[in-house]
Write a protein that binds this ligand. Sequence first.
Ligand SMILES: NC(=O)c1ccc[n+]([C@@H]2O[C@H](COP(=O)([O-])OP(=O)(O)OC[C@H]3O[C@@H](n4cnc5c(N)ncnc54)[C@H](OP(=O)(O)O)[C@@H]3O)[C@@H](O)[C@H]2O)c1
Length: 538
Amino acid sequence: MALEYEQLDDALERPRPSASPLDPFGLERPPDPCAVVIFGATGDLTHRKLVPALYDLSCHNVSPSRMAIVGFGRRALSETDFRAAMTEAIDSFYGDDSRIDQACGSCVREARYLQGDFDDLQAYQRLADLLAELDEQQGTAGNRIFYLATPPSLFPVIIEKLGAAGLARRGASGDVAEHAAPEGQGWTRIVVEKPFGHDLESAHQLNVVLREVFAENQVYRIDHYLAKETVQNILVFRFANGIFEPVWNRSFVDHVQITAAEALGVEHRGAYYEEAGALRDMIQNHLVQLFALTAMEPPVAFSADAVRDEKVKLLRAVRSIPPEHVDQFAVRGQYVDGTIDEQPVIAYRREDRVSPNSTTETYAAVKLLVDNWRWQGVPFYLRTGKRLPHQATEIAVQFKRPPHLLFRDAEKLGGQIPPNLLVIRIQPDEGLSLRFEAKTPGQVIGLQPVEMKFSYGSALRELPFSAYETLLLDCMTGDATLFNRDDQVDEAWRIVMPILDRWAATPGHGLGIYEAGTWGPEAADGLVARDGRRWRQP
Ligand SMILES: NC(=O)c1ccc[n+]([C@@H]2O[C@H](COP(=O)([O-])OP(=O)(O)OC[C@H]3O[C@@H](n4cnc5c(N)ncnc54)[C@H](OP(=O)(O)O)[C@@H]3O)[C@@H](O)[C@H]2O)c1
């Protein structure tokens, strides 16, 4: 099965790092030494994301001084082959073939590879022996990260076998404390890649399997979107400034639009995408997370559980969409032949590994209502699509119009001057902008909308770290703030399930077509127009 690709981070140019004594993350102390075991070590994610991230961390001297990488895969590779593949991954990430930096390349030179079938218990016993050997020889001190970088269908069997081989180490009582293993034996953590389930039922099942083997505080469910600087900046923006929070509610906000537009099509992910569709691929996870950060209450502390408690509270307050009213809350579409950047692009149904009769949505828009005091009556519109005019991810908060207009221009415009708009841009050009009215020069009072802008890249020193580096490091330090908890995952599925069920029961019903290079199907305009609103074009 071809799987998800994240092109966005790749677009950023990063300098190839060399060993640096600085700690650019500002950590007070380096994380504990540990072994990182990657299941699916011959895959695309390992090649394009994990290996470059681990290398970069060791170059910046922030990964544990004794970090051992162990690849686990079904292919019969020698350790030399595996190390060569890692070197190649680092070269292609940095776009050159200069040699791996001597000082920080030990994670590559000493990497180990273990060939085995994921359902073969003996392979896990060999893994246990290898990890014990690494504790002795490389000082990894019994600390382990198991990273599941395989297709999701393999997650349950790997989790079960880790448990059966005694590698989960919940501790003797089964009631696991923070570090999960008896004192002095190190900690064990498991990172689970997305997608986390295919629907509520399968996500629930995966949680059951995980809970049988690991304690919740050992589990790190990844959503790499949450590690982007600008996404984390939403919390700082909201809760480290005094002026925004007082207007961040139903008295001042008219509605919120959260958009993740992609100009790309499905590339070589046709088979995966046919199963997933836009709602599962983007809205259930990334956009719901952006929504949660935008709408949640202030947490009592910036700690993993405090932040996640507030997110879950918010998600629980999202009104369930009645199955018979799905069409009023959600729209789906699929692109046909069109043009982007003056280049012709083919219809989704003509893409590789896509059925010529496919009813899979490549565009989805959803309206969410929140039943709490802060947001009662304020709609949140979430939309995503492929083959839209250009790439843009943003959160646009539109404020209410002023209650009374004094100026002649406003009268000319029928009292409809553009309302204030705050846009948080996630990518590209991360930053913020605030639109407001200003006086045009001259004797007569005329109005003109202007923008105040903050660009993250030019105003602040941009850290050269990818989302995966941040997340790996957080996992090494035991900070789960940016990872999803089981109840969050359940709630996110609960929100979208009525739409998924209705769409599955009525394939093709209401599937609007849109030309590639346009902003989606007409019905999407109807979704907001019914409420007297319009989509903005990022
Ligand atoms: N790739 C990305 O950019 C990306 C981004 C976000 C999330 N993810 C998630 O990360 C995980 C891995 O993605 P990926 O793109 O790396 O997948 P992938 O390249 O298709 O495969 C990953 C690994 O799983 C192994 N594998 C695949 N099918 C197998 C099977 N039936 N039995 C045994 N081993 C099998 C592959 O072995 P072979 O090499 O021998 O085929 C490879 O080592 C997925 O959960 C995906 O959703 C990926």
